[in-house]
Design a protein around this ligand. Sequence first.
Ligand SMILES: [Zn+2]
Length: 270
Amino acid sequence: MPELPEVETTRRGIAPHLEGQKVSRVIVRERRLRWPIPEDLDVRLSGQRIVQVDRRAKYLLINAEVGTLISHLGMSGNLRLVDIGLPAAKHEHVDIELESGLALRYTDPRRFGAMLWSLDPLNHELLARLGPEPLTELFDGERLFQLSRGRSMAVKPFIMDNAVVVGVGNIYATEALFAAGIDPRREAKGISRARYLQLAIEIKRILAAAIERGGTTLRDFIGGDGQPGYFQQELFVYGRGGEHCKVCGTGLREIKLGQRASVYCPRCQR
Ligand SMILES: [Zn+2]
Protein backbone atom coordinates (compact mmCIF):
# COMPACT_ATOMS: atom_id res chain seq x y z
CA MET A 1 0.00 0.00 0.00
CA PRO A 2 1.40 3.43 -0.87
CA GLU A 3 2.35 5.17 2.37
CA LEU A 4 3.07 8.86 2.89
CA PRO A 5 6.64 8.70 1.48
CA GLU A 6 5.40 7.03 -1.72
CA VAL A 7 2.64 9.62 -2.09
CA GLU A 8 5.13 12.45 -1.57
CA THR A 9 7.47 10.79 -4.07
CA THR A 10 4.57 10.58 -6.53
CA ARG A 11 3.89 14.28 -6.00
CA ARG A 12 7.51 15.15 -6.73
CA GLY A 13 7.57 12.81 -9.72
CA ILE A 14 4.46 14.16 -11.45
CA ALA A 15 4.45 17.85 -10.41
CA PRO A 16 7.09 19.09 -12.91
CA HIS A 17 5.08 17.59 -15.78
CA LEU A 18 1.75 19.04 -14.62
CA GLU A 19 2.41 22.48 -13.20
CA GLY A 20 1.76 25.21 -15.74
CA GLN A 21 0.20 22.76 -18.20
CA LYS A 22 -3.27 23.13 -19.65
CA VAL A 23 -5.58 20.10 -19.55
CA SER A 24 -6.97 19.24 -22.98
CA ARG A 25 -9.35 16.49 -21.90
CA VAL A 26 -10.04 13.86 -19.27
CA ILE A 27 -10.80 10.26 -20.24
CA VAL A 28 -12.47 8.10 -17.59
CA ARG A 29 -12.69 4.40 -18.48
CA GLU A 30 -13.86 3.19 -15.08
CA ARG A 31 -15.74 5.45 -12.72
CA ARG A 32 -16.15 3.01 -9.85
CA LEU A 33 -13.32 3.71 -7.45
CA ARG A 34 -13.83 3.88 -3.69
CA TRP A 35 -16.27 6.67 -4.52
CA PRO A 36 -17.47 7.27 -8.08
CA ILE A 37 -15.39 9.68 -10.12
CA PRO A 38 -17.63 12.74 -10.76
CA GLU A 39 -19.49 12.52 -14.07
CA ASP A 40 -18.51 16.08 -14.95
CA LEU A 41 -14.77 15.83 -14.19
CA ASP A 42 -13.87 16.32 -17.87
CA VAL A 43 -16.07 19.43 -18.12
CA ARG A 44 -14.65 20.92 -14.93
CA LEU A 45 -10.97 20.28 -15.61
CA SER A 46 -10.57 20.57 -19.39
CA GLY A 47 -9.30 23.93 -20.57
CA GLN A 48 -7.89 24.78 -17.17
CA ARG A 49 -4.24 25.19 -16.32
CA ILE A 50 -2.80 23.15 -13.46
CA VAL A 51 -1.34 25.61 -11.00
CA GLN A 52 0.27 23.42 -8.35
CA VAL A 53 0.41 19.83 -7.12
CA ASP A 54 0.22 19.62 -3.32
CA ARG A 55 -0.17 16.83 -0.79
CA ARG A 56 -2.16 16.60 2.42
CA ALA A 57 -1.68 13.33 4.35
CA LYS A 58 -1.98 10.67 1.63
CA TYR A 59 -4.15 12.83 -0.64
CA LEU A 60 -2.67 14.46 -3.72
CA LEU A 61 -4.19 17.85 -4.46
CA ILE A 62 -3.94 18.76 -8.13
CA ASN A 63 -4.90 22.42 -8.02
CA ALA A 64 -6.34 23.94 -11.17
CA GLU A 65 -7.14 27.64 -11.63
CA VAL A 66 -10.64 26.94 -10.29
CA GLY A 67 -11.07 23.80 -8.22
CA THR A 68 -8.90 20.90 -7.14
CA LEU A 69 -8.69 17.25 -8.10
CA ILE A 70 -8.27 15.26 -4.88
CA SER A 71 -6.63 11.92 -5.57
CA HIS A 72 -5.87 9.03 -3.24
CA LEU A 73 -3.93 5.97 -4.36
CA GLY A 74 -5.88 3.59 -2.11
CA MET A 75 -4.33 0.15 -1.68
CA SER A 76 -2.83 -0.33 -5.12
CA GLY A 77 -3.03 2.89 -7.16
CA ASN A 78 -0.34 4.76 -9.00
CA LEU A 79 -0.01 7.83 -11.19
CA ARG A 80 2.48 8.24 -14.01
CA LEU A 81 2.95 10.24 -17.19
CA VAL A 82 2.52 8.50 -20.54
CA ASP A 83 2.41 9.70 -24.14
CA ILE A 84 -1.13 10.61 -25.20
CA GLY A 85 -2.63 7.74 -27.16
CA LEU A 86 -0.62 4.98 -25.48
CA PRO A 87 -3.18 2.14 -25.39
CA ALA A 88 -4.58 1.62 -21.92
CA ALA A 89 -4.10 -1.73 -20.26
CA LYS A 90 -6.48 -3.28 -17.78
CA HIS A 91 -6.86 -1.28 -14.55
CA GLU A 92 -5.67 1.97 -16.23
CA HIS A 93 -8.83 3.86 -15.39
CA VAL A 94 -8.17 7.56 -16.05
CA ASP A 95 -6.06 9.71 -18.40
CA ILE A 96 -5.74 13.44 -17.88
CA GLU A 97 -4.41 14.67 -21.21
CA LEU A 98 -2.19 17.73 -21.31
CA GLU A 99 -1.24 20.13 -24.08
CA SER A 100 2.36 18.95 -23.74
CA GLY A 101 1.43 15.64 -25.38
CA LEU A 102 1.66 13.73 -22.11
CA ALA A 103 -1.21 12.31 -20.10
CA LEU A 104 -1.37 11.68 -16.37
CA ARG A 105 -2.55 8.07 -16.19
CA TYR A 106 -4.19 6.61 -13.07
CA THR A 107 -3.90 2.84 -12.56
CA ASP A 108 -5.60 1.01 -9.69
CA PRO A 109 -6.23 -2.77 -9.82
CA ARG A 110 -8.14 -2.91 -6.54
CA ARG A 111 -10.04 0.37 -7.06
CA PHE A 112 -9.82 1.53 -3.43
CA GLY A 113 -8.39 4.85 -4.60
CA ALA A 114 -10.23 8.10 -5.25
CA MET A 115 -10.52 10.96 -7.71
CA LEU A 116 -12.79 13.67 -6.42
CA TRP A 117 -13.40 17.31 -7.27
CA SER A 118 -13.57 20.12 -4.73
CA LEU A 119 -13.63 23.90 -4.74
CA ASP A 120 -12.34 23.97 -1.15
CA PRO A 121 -10.18 20.85 -0.69
CA LEU A 122 -8.76 21.54 2.76
CA ASN A 123 -12.32 21.74 4.11
CA HIS A 124 -13.46 18.63 2.21
CA GLU A 125 -14.93 16.08 4.60
CA LEU A 126 -12.03 13.69 3.97
CA LEU A 127 -9.41 16.29 4.87
CA ALA A 128 -11.00 18.70 7.33
CA ARG A 129 -10.33 16.75 10.51
CA LEU A 130 -6.84 15.49 9.77
CA GLY A 131 -4.08 16.09 12.29
CA PRO A 132 -0.84 17.87 11.43
CA GLU A 133 1.71 16.77 8.84
CA PRO A 134 4.50 14.79 10.53
CA LEU A 135 7.35 16.73 8.92
CA THR A 136 6.15 20.14 10.06
CA GLU A 137 6.66 22.00 13.32
CA LEU A 138 2.99 21.45 14.13
CA PHE A 139 3.89 17.89 15.03
CA ASP A 140 6.25 17.16 17.89
CA GLY A 141 6.66 15.01 20.98
CA GLU A 142 4.89 17.52 23.17
CA ARG A 143 1.75 17.05 21.05
CA LEU A 144 2.01 13.28 21.45
CA PHE A 145 2.45 13.66 25.21
CA GLN A 146 -0.48 16.06 25.63
CA LEU A 147 -2.90 14.08 23.44
CA SER A 148 -1.97 10.79 25.10
CA ARG A 149 -2.93 11.82 28.64
CA GLY A 150 -5.90 9.72 29.71
CA ARG A 151 -5.71 7.52 26.62
CA SER A 152 -5.49 3.86 27.61
CA MET A 153 -5.17 2.56 24.05
CA ALA A 154 -1.86 1.04 23.01
CA VAL A 155 0.77 3.51 21.83
CA LYS A 156 1.03 2.02 18.33
CA PRO A 157 -2.58 2.61 17.23
CA PHE A 158 -2.38 5.97 19.04
CA ILE A 159 0.41 7.25 16.77
CA MET A 160 -1.38 5.76 13.72
CA ASP A 161 -4.52 7.82 14.49
CA ASN A 162 -4.88 10.44 11.71
CA ALA A 163 -6.30 12.93 14.20
CA VAL A 164 -3.04 12.76 16.20
CA VAL A 165 -0.68 12.98 13.23
CA VAL A 166 -1.15 11.95 9.59
CA GLY A 167 0.93 9.59 7.55
CA VAL A 168 2.28 7.25 10.22
CA GLY A 169 1.22 3.96 8.63
CA ASN A 170 1.97 0.49 9.91
CA ILE A 171 5.53 0.34 8.54
CA TYR A 172 6.54 3.68 10.00
CA ALA A 173 4.81 3.21 13.36
CA THR A 174 6.49 -0.18 13.74
CA GLU A 175 9.92 1.11 12.80
CA ALA A 176 9.70 4.36 14.82
CA LEU A 177 8.66 2.52 17.98
CA PHE A 178 11.61 0.18 17.56
CA ALA A 179 14.00 3.10 17.02
CA ALA A 180 12.65 4.83 20.14
CA GLY A 181 12.83 1.60 22.16
CA ILE A 182 9.12 1.68 23.03
CA ASP A 183 7.05 -1.51 23.36
CA PRO A 184 4.09 -1.05 20.94
CA ARG A 185 1.69 -2.63 23.46
CA ARG A 186 2.24 0.01 26.15
CA GLU A 187 -0.65 2.25 27.08
CA ALA A 188 -0.33 5.64 25.44
CA LYS A 189 -1.03 7.43 28.72
CA GLY A 190 1.79 5.63 30.55
CA ILE A 191 4.64 6.90 28.36
CA SER A 192 6.72 9.84 29.59
CA ARG A 193 7.19 13.18 27.88
CA ALA A 194 10.89 12.46 27.29
CA ARG A 195 10.11 9.23 25.48
CA TYR A 196 7.46 10.93 23.32
CA LEU A 197 9.99 13.62 22.40
CA GLN A 198 12.31 10.84 21.24
CA LEU A 199 9.49 9.03 19.41
CA ALA A 200 8.50 12.15 17.44
CA ILE A 201 12.15 12.63 16.40
CA GLU A 202 12.30 9.03 15.17
CA ILE A 203 9.01 9.35 13.23
CA LYS A 204 10.35 12.44 11.47
CA ARG A 205 13.75 10.89 10.80
CA ILE A 206 12.37 7.66 9.35
CA LEU A 207 9.75 9.35 7.16
CA ALA A 208 12.30 11.90 5.88
CA ALA A 209 14.78 9.14 5.06
CA ALA A 210 12.12 7.21 3.15
CA ILE A 211 11.17 10.32 1.13
CA GLU A 212 14.84 10.93 0.36
CA ARG A 213 15.20 7.34 -0.85
CA GLY A 214 12.12 7.83 -3.04
CA GLY A 215 13.96 10.64 -4.80
CA THR A 216 16.04 8.02 -6.60
CA THR A 217 12.89 6.73 -8.33
CA LEU A 218 11.55 10.03 -9.69
CA ARG A 219 12.38 9.25 -13.32
CA ASP A 220 10.14 6.15 -13.10
CA PHE A 221 7.11 8.43 -13.20
CA ILE A 222 7.46 9.30 -16.87
CA GLY A 223 7.29 7.14 -19.96
CA GLY A 224 7.43 3.42 -20.41
CA ASP A 225 4.89 0.89 -19.32
CA GLY A 226 6.34 0.11 -15.92
CA GLN A 227 4.89 0.92 -12.55
CA PRO A 228 6.50 3.74 -10.63
CA GLY A 229 8.93 2.06 -8.31
CA TYR A 230 7.93 1.87 -4.70
CA PHE A 231 11.37 1.91 -3.20
CA GLN A 232 12.84 -0.57 -0.79
CA GLN A 233 13.50 0.61 2.70
CA GLU A 234 15.84 -0.71 5.27
CA LEU A 235 13.53 -2.28 7.81
CA PHE A 236 14.55 -3.29 11.33
CA VAL A 237 11.36 -4.96 12.46
CA TYR A 238 8.43 -4.50 10.05
CA GLY A 239 7.67 -7.77 8.28
CA ARG A 240 10.43 -9.58 10.17
CA GLY A 241 8.42 -11.50 12.80
CA GLY A 242 10.34 -14.60 13.93
CA GLU A 243 13.66 -13.30 12.58
CA HIS A 244 16.50 -12.03 14.73
CA CYS A 245 16.72 -8.42 15.92
CA LYS A 246 19.41 -6.63 13.91
CA VAL A 247 20.54 -4.83 17.07
CA CYS A 248 20.56 -7.48 19.82
CA GLY A 249 19.92 -10.81 18.08
CA THR A 250 16.78 -11.65 20.09
CA GLY A 251 13.90 -13.29 18.20
CA LEU A 252 11.37 -10.65 17.05
CA ARG A 253 7.77 -11.21 18.16
CA GLU A 254 4.69 -10.70 15.99
CA ILE A 255 1.33 -9.82 17.54
CA LYS A 256 -1.93 -8.17 16.47
CA LEU A 257 -2.57 -4.67 17.75
CA GLY A 258 -5.68 -2.79 16.64
CA GLN A 259 -6.20 -5.38 13.84
CA ARG A 260 -2.72 -4.74 12.46
CA ALA A 261 0.33 -6.99 12.48
CA SER A 262 2.92 -5.63 14.85
CA VAL A 263 6.47 -6.82 15.21
CA TYR A 264 8.71 -5.80 18.07
CA CYS A 265 11.87 -6.80 19.87
CA PRO A 266 11.10 -7.92 23.43
CA ARG A 267 14.60 -6.88 24.51
CA CYS A 268 15.12 -3.54 22.76
CA GLN A 269 11.57 -2.26 23.30
CA ARG A 270 10.23 -1.62 26.80
ZN1 LIG B 1 16.61 -6.17 19.91
